[in-house]
Write a protein that binds this ligand. Structure first.
Ligand code: THU
Length: 297
């Protein structure tokens, strides 16, 4: 999912990575295979108050507002509305525009405190709630409300943000997040797009894609993009990395094996391509690896 950010009020960047993963997951869980985009504005209470008054006639601040572009027929959601999504295709974005979301950053933080959970859970919840509206869900009738809540929980569980915040994400979701990250690959020279999703022991997921360069040698692989993002955000322990390509198995290159070995010699590597899945522990991919321990010894 392409998120077009408009950030008026600063927010912890780690929340933005999580929101990206949650948005990718929402499309996957809904079964939407077409690329989609949503614009997300992060603002303060005064700004959301004005929008709420002008567009909905409600004279108060709120946590999240959603303005869908698609009008779904009764009972239909994005997963069953490919024709309607196609009508919202944007040539410049190369994606279907699902609509706009506005989130109040002070509301995210205050509600997290009020409900006794992390700002991560609250930010992911509000984004997922808004995206569900943009995908045709609502909570006016009791039946619809149950359906929407079930979908929200399914998406939040999948990104490890369930109510107890303990559940870790499944291999299937990690692979889906790697496949979504692949959509953001910058690979005009090789045409070989790769995506990765790195699961940390604390439940966070960092996505990465390969990023090429006209000077060729400066190319960064998807795995290293994900790992460098994670290290620079303070993650220290890693359990699994999922890697996705299209036509052949994207087993990590030698350089990536060496970088993974630096931080996570025991990591499990899962690869997916063309509907296939395979996996191996890094120790098997890099036998007799040279790492921090070698120097210490
Ligand atoms: N690539 C990765 O991103 N990960 C791998 O494990 C193998 C290769 C990228 C680098 C380059 O952009 C393209 O794939 C072709 O080598």
């Amino acid at each position: 999912m392409i998120l077009l950010w408009e950030i008026d009020t600063p927010i912890d960047p780690a929340l933005l990575s999580l929101m990206q993963a949650a948005a990718d997951c929402a499309l996957h869980m809904e079964g939407v295979t077409r690329p989609c985009a949503v614009s997300v504005r992060l603002c303060d209470d005064d700004a959301i108050h004005v929008i709420n008054r002008e567009h909905r006639g409600v004279d108060r601040a709120t946590d999240v507002l959603s303005f869908p572009t698609v009008s779904y027929p009764e009972g239909v959601t994005a997963g069953q509305a490919d024709k309607l999504l196609r009508m919202e295709w944007d040539d410049e974005l190369d994606a279907c525009m699902l609509g706009d979301l506005i989130l109040s950053v002070p509301h995210v933080l205050a509600q997290a405190e009020e409900y006794g959970h992390s700002p991560q859970r609250e930010a992911a919840y509000l984004l997922v709630h808004g995206i569900c509206h943009l995908m045709g869900y609502d909570h006016i009738e009791e039946n619809d409300k149950r359906r929407m809540r079930a979908m929200e929980e399914k998406i939040l569980n999948a990104v490890g943000m369930s109510r107890d915040e303990q559940a870790s994400i499944s291999d299937e979701t990690l692979l889906a997040l790697a496949i979504s990250a692949r959509e953001r690959s910058y690979s005009p020279y090789s045409g070989y797009a790769v995506g990765a999703a790195l699961l940390c022991a604390d439940g966070r997921v960092f996505q990465g894609c390969n990023i090429e360069n006209a000077s060729f040698g400066l190319t960064n692989c998807a795995e290293r993009t994900a790992m460098f993002k994670a290290i620079s955000e303070g993650a220290t322990e890693f359990t699994t990395i999922a890697i996705a390509a299209e036509k052949s198995a994207p087993w990590p290159c030698g350089a990536c094996r060496q970088v993974l070995n630096e931080f996570a010699p025991d990591i499990r590597v899962i690869v997916t391509w063309d509907g296939h899945v395979d996996q191996a522990p890094l120790a098997q991919l890099l036998p007799h690896g040279f790492g921090p321990k070698s120097l210490a010894e």
